[in-house]
Design a protein around this ligand. Structure first.
Ligand SMILES: C[S@@+](CC[C@H](N)C(=O)[O-])C[C@H]1O[C@@H](n2cnc3c(N)ncnc32)[C@H](O)[C@@H]1O
Length: 202
């Protein structure tokens, strides 16, 4: 999320187009965020250096989270994890190491290019318990009560219908399941430009 980008997307479709353009599979992410991303971002957010070093380099490079949702509580072996707005799948990679072979990690993202990157990197890393698919958080392609833990990193602020996304996350979590998310919030009134419908998520 580059809050200072003049071409920041607003609607769901524009978000998809924007991330697709800037995160094509195999390419170095082509935007400059207003906050540290990639390896520096992950280390600055206290991801374990061992996990950062173990992940595929291009997956780490495409990390654009704003926090470390997996550090918000224990993630035990065998846990079934959903990553909402998984991007290139760095949190899925980290979660896979925590849940181990008896666990399961599913990433969803609305941008096909991001899903392509995530799948490529899961294969590169030899992760059999991680999957990714194209889907919107507002319409999750999973039955009720499918997961123990949902995580999301820097994605909910981009969603046009946040209430629907939260309802969907609640639906797919088992009773007693948890949501760990990190995101950005605006304090104060948006500027005139930020109030433009095309730039609401800036
Ligand atoms: C700032 S990136 C963060 C990606 C990843 N979580 C990370 O930490 O690197 C935000 C991601 O949210 C995805 N996204 C935006 N709106 C979405 C929605 N409605 N449903 C699912 N994913 C969405 C974008 O495609 C993008 O990959």
């Amino acid at each position: 999320m580059p809050p200072s980008s003049p071409s920041r997307p607003g609607s769901g479709e524009e978000v998809r187009r924007w991330y697709g353009e800037h995160f094509a599979e195999g390419a170095t992410p082509s935007y400059r965020a207003a906050y540290p991303c990639g390896r520096d971002g992950a280390l600055g957010l206290d991801y374990a250096a061992a996990a950062v070093d173990a992940a595929p380099a291009q997956q780490v490079q495409a990390f654009c989270g704003v926090g470390n949702p997996l550090a918000l509580g224990d993630v035990l072996p065998g846990t079934q994890v959903l990553d909402v707005g998984c991007g290139a799948g760095f949190d899925c990679f980290v979660a896979s190491r925590l849940v181990g072979p008896t666990g399961r990690v599913e990433g969803i993202d609305t941008t096909p290019e991001m899903v392509g990157r995530a799948l490529h990197h899961f294969q590169e890393a030899g992760l059999s318990q991680a999957k990714a698919r194209e889907a919107s958080a507002e319409k999750l392609p999973f039955p009720d009560a499918s997961f123990d833990l949902a995580v999301s990193n820097g994605a909910i602020n981009l969603m046009p219908d946040k209430l629907r996304a939260f309802r969907e996350i609640h639906r797919v979590l088992r009773p007693g399941g948890r949501l760990h998310f990190a995101d950005v919030v605006r304090t104060g009134e948006p500027s005139k430009e930020q109030g433009d419908p095309d730039a609401w998520s800036r």
